[in-house]
Design a protein around this ligand. Structure first.
Ligand SMILES: [Zn+2]
Length: 324
């Protein structure tokens, strides 16, 4: 089976750690993506492409089964290596430095945030890969069924009286066009290497998806730290903002909705429902349920400016005194 580097090399750990400690955590993340996540995902994608391409010819049942098994075990190997180096990056290189810069000092809180970030990443990866495995199997099956149909139709055509060689050649082209029309996903996989399907049917490459998923989920360390800090300070509202301005393939609508509304120059998001309804804004939980701060989102939360913190606190205080 194919090999993936199961851990980050000693030299790279030293280099990334130095970057992170000098305040360049984002640079360390980019370098990690470029040296590990992207090449590893590309190798995996090439392997899948090779295997799926075999289904472009009619296969025996045994051969089809063998290909599917090889794909599933490669998925498992990839998942293990991918989640392993991700955990290593968050645990040993990135997490503590980011939390130090945000003044999160409690060892228990730090452990919790790192664990939570990794757990969410693994959950997302497992789900994505399981869906992709099913998608590939279905596509291989559909392709095989269409090839059988083509074979049958071709035999029928060839046995018709007065059929010329040139007619057969033209008919073969028709059959090929029919394949492309009926199993478009096969060609997206075998020719373009696009294996990951979004809910709207768009398909992207594994390297593109993993780079984005790694980058956006690593941000959870920072988001969780801010939220934890807010919780300890008793803050009920935070600022929602664009943390990373590189474009994403599929921006979440929820983010645009939150950002459209501003309170003295800052877009607000609430930790509790009462604060949310008083300011007519989203709660963090509601927003996350709509995909905010998940994969494909480069927005994050930060604490309010001092001025706005004072404004928000007085309004919340007034509302509370009126209520009682
Ligand atoms: Zn977003």
């Amino acid at each position: 089976m194919i090999m993936f580097s199961p851990e980050i090399a000693e030299d790279d750990i030293t280099e990334y750690s130095a970057l992170v400690e000098s305040g360049n955590a984002d640079e360390a993340l980019e370098s990690f993506l470029e040296s590990y996540i992207v090449p590893m995902s590309q190798r995996f994608s090439t392997f899948l492409q090779n295997r799926v391409s075999l289904a472009g010819d009619l296969l025996t049942a045994a051969k089809e089964k063998k290909i599917k098994i090889e794909i599933s075990s490669a998925m498992t190997g990839f998942k293990d290596a991918y989640t392993n180096i991700y955990s290593q990056f968050v645990n040993d290189i990135y997490g503590d430095a980011v939390m130090t810069s945000l003044d999160v000092t409690s060892p228990q809180v730090r452990e919790f945030i790192k664990k939570d970030t990794i757990a969410k990443f693994i959950e997302n990866t497992e789900q994505r890969l399981a869906e992709t495995d099913i998608k590939i199997r279905t596509t291989i099956r559909e392709m095989q069924q269409e090839l059988i149909r083509n074979e049958r139709d071709l035999t029928k055509f060839e046995n018709m009286a007065g059929v010329l060689d040139s007619d057969v050649a033209a008919f073969k082209e028709e059959l090929y066009a029919r394949l492309q029309e009926r199993v478009p996903d096969f060609y997206k996989m075998a020719e373009d290497g696009n294996f990951i399907e979004y809910s709207d049917g768009t398909m992207v490459g594994i390297d593109t998806y993993n780079e984005m998923a790694t980058r956006t989920t690593v941000l959870n360390v920072e988001r969780n730290s801010v939220m934890m800090q807010d919780a300890m300070d008793g803050n009920r509202i935070a600022v929602y903002y664009l943390r990373d301005d590189r474009p994403v393939k599929k921006e979440r609508e929820i983010c645009q909705e939150i950002l459209a509304d501003e309170f003295y120059g800052e877009s607000l998001i609430a930790y509790d429902e009462d604060a949310a309804s008083l300011f007519d804004i989203w709660t963090v939980d509601e927003a996350m349920a709509e995909g905010a701060m998940g994969v494909n989102c480069r927005h994050s939360v930060r604490q309010l400016s001092e001025e706005n913190q004072n404004r928000v606190d007085s309004l919340l205080f007034l509302a509370e005194s009126e209520a009682s």
